[in-house]
Design a protein around this ligand. Structure first.
Ligand SMILES: [Zn+2]
Length: 209
């Protein structure tokens, strides 16, 4: 996880937002390879193992576990038909800076999008287990929510394996007003506060009001 991401994180428990406290172990450049994040409100602790922050467990006991399976939305075996240029255009991303969040299998787009646009940091939520973190990609694991503060993302892409209403509501919560959420599905439960801009070619594009 990129060290500067620390101030964007939040505890997954349903209490107010508060900055998590980082104690770093091993660092590799600006990436934290091991360490612990602590919540000052509920005192939960979240381990960072091999660069991946695990918000899913109940403590160190679960360190290093696989991302939780989304039982109601099994991973699609279909390869991604959408290319990076299309995704960049749909997200209306121009210019460097900020964070783009990739949920589930959409984390596979990080390398392609990073090749088109420098200076954006990508955050993968419950990425496929074969993906490793990169200098441009931080990986977080969490159950049913995105452990980020509200309105921190320049754009969000929700993968076809995470089409539940919980993930779409979370995408809407973290994206900045006037910015976009692209979903790799057409028939999706559109959350309140997201305006439908386009549907087709297996994709839904929405904009936060
Ligand atoms: Zn907490």
């Amino acid at each position: 996880m990129h060290i500067e991401l620390t101030e964007m994180l939040r505890c997954p428990e349903p209490h107010g937002e508060a900055f998590l406290v980082m104690s770093t172990g091993e660092m590799l450049g600006r990436m934290v390879r091991s360490g612990i994040l602590g919540c000052p409100i509920c005192r939960r602790e979240f381990p960072i193992v091999k660069g991946i922050v695990n918000f899913a467990g109940s403590g160190m006991r679960d360190a290093g576990c696989e991302p939780p399976a989304d039982a109601t939305h099994p991973a699609s075996r279909i390869p991604h038909p959408v290319d990076s240029e299309t995704l960049q255009a749909l997200l209306d991303l121009s210019g460097p800076g900020g964070y783009v969040v990739l949920v589930g299998s959409a984390a596979r787009h990080a390398v392609g999008l990073a090749g088109l646009m420098g200076g954006i940091h990508f955050i993968g939520i419950n990425a496929p287990p074969d993906l490793d973190e990169l200098p441009v990609l931080s990986l977080l694991v969490c159950r049913g929510m995105i452990p980020l503060r509200q309105t921190v993302a320049r754009g969000v892409v929700v993968g076809s394996d995470r089409l539940g209403s919980d993930w779409l509501s979370e995408a809407r919560r973290i994206v900045l007003p006037g910015r976009r959420v692209v979903v790799e599905g057409e028939d999706v439960p559109v959350p309140v506060g997201l305006t439908r801009l386009a549907v087709g070619e297996g994709l839904f594009v929405g904009e936060r009001r």
